[in-house]
Ligand binder design. Structure first.
Ligand SMILES: Cc1cc2nc3c(=O)[nH]c(=O)nc-3n(C[C@H](O)[C@H](O)[C@H](O)COP(=O)(O)OP(=O)(O)OC[C@H]3O[C@@H](n4cnc5c(N)ncnc54)[C@H](O)[C@@H]3O)c2cc1C
Length: 344
């Protein structure tokens, strides 16, 4: 591959020099890749999909980077209404969702428009509009770098929670090679998220056709600046920079009285809106934060990188914003993108 830095492998376009980059396009080449670099933990590469949820170090990455570009969906009929769809890790999640909508298969319809690969989706249990990948995920095949072999992991073994999984706790332990979903030929899951109900002009709990939900999610994401436009002014970004923070019942009561949206996540945890908290302390879309780093033109919670930006500056901006919110509100923000590469 022609890259010699991490920057072109990420949507932020930040990141320094890298040793070998191995581009996996054919799933059958995986074992050859393992033979090339070694099969154990000390040989484990930094695995990347589309680099849409990472901040890659200016210092780069000493070891190998494996970029997952494998594509394909294999379908197996389970019963009259259910199929098991096994998807290669590099297959774009957005394409998978469109395919499912075209096939009238429910289970992932609200995940339309999320950038990145299907193989990366379990890492932070991606979710949006009241649905998350764990709702339909059945099992994964992975290379276990600790054991030096292929394994099948049932979804229950992945500890998938709100934007979290076992993979986040042990970066580099597993490379996800395929994901298998159980999808049903049925109307969409009941609408559980008010902005989506509003977009569709329906009540919560209604089950419209899958394709209608997918189209409504895309329209809503477009209006809210949640789609990645590689040619727009906010092209170089990694999406939301903070997770919606967990809050206590007392904090939830206090901050929702002040106007902060608070919701209960799928694990029953109260969470405040990270974007609202940033706006509460004075940040707005387009606000310049540091050299080359600003809030996106559409959303305060998305930071974009421009000329003069560095990964170090980006990470410092996250630390600074988090500290300011903690001082002003007592609530601690956790970054959403993963720091990859070698950090001081
Ligand atoms: C505009 C925008 C909107 C977004 N909206 C949402 C949203 O609504 N909901 C949401 O949850 N996320 C959202 N995201 C975040 C991002 O799209 C997801 O986290 C996505 O899953 C990242 O996929 P990727 O292929 O780009 O992963 P990368 O950024 O390449 O990698 C992310 C992490 O996963 C690891 N990883 C990647 N592939 C593998 C693999 N095959 N095996 C093991 N580890 C792997 C990497 O090492 C890294 O730690 C958004 C991002 C952007 C830029």
């Amino acid at each position: 591959m022609p890259h010699s830095t991490l920057a072109p492998l990420t949507t932020l376009r930040l990141g320094g020099p890298v040793g070998d980059i191995l581009n996996l396009a054919d799933p059958d080449d995986w074992l050859e890749l393992v033979r090339t670099i070694g099969d154990r933990q000390e040989d484990a590469p930094l695995t990347l999909g589309h680099g849409s949820n990472v901040v890659a170090s200016d210092t780069g990455n000493e070891g190998t980077v494996a970029v997952m570009n494998t594509r394909g969906i294999a379908v197996k009929r389970m019963d009259d209404d259910t199929v098991a769809a096994t998807v290669q890790a590099g297959h774009p999640l957005a394409d998978l969702v469109q395919w499912a909508a075209a096939e009238h298969l429910a289970g992932i319809e609200c995940l339309a428009g999320i950038p990145g690969t299907t193989g990366a989706a379990p890492v932070q249990n991606v979710g949006a509009y009241g649905q998350q990948i764990s709702d339909a995920l059945d099992h994964l095949t992975v290379w276990d770098w600790d054991m030096g072999r292929l394994r099948t992991l049932p979804a229950q073994a992945c500890h998938l929670r709100h934007r979290h999984s076992r993979f986040k706790n042990h970066p580099g332990r597993w490379t996800i090679l395929t994901t298998t979903f159980h999808l049903t030929r049925s109307p969409a899951a009941p609408i559980g998220y008010q902005p989506l109900a509003d977009e569709l002009g329906l009540h919560l709990g209604v089950r419209p056709p899958v394709a209608e939900v997918t189209a409504a999610v895309l329209a809503n994401r477009c209006r809210r600046g949640l789609l990645l436009d590689p040619h727009g002014p906010d092209a170089h970004q990694a999406g939301s920079v903070f997770l919606n923070p967990p809050v206590t019942a007392a904090q939830a009561a206090c901050w929702s009285a002040a106007g902060c949206p608070v919701h209960t996540d799928s694990d029953g945890q109260l969470r405040a809106s990270a974007g609202w908290l940033l706006e509460h302390i004075g940040y707005r879309p387009g606000y310049k934060i540091a050299a080359g780093i600003q809030c996106s033109n559409r959303r305060t919670l998305t930071l974009t990188a421009h000329d003069g930006a560095t990964a170090t500056g980006f990470a410092q901006a996250l630390t600074e914003l988090s500290a300011q919110v903690k001082i002003a509100t007592g609530i601690r923000l956790q970054p959403e993108p993963v720091l990859v590469g070698t950090w001081p």
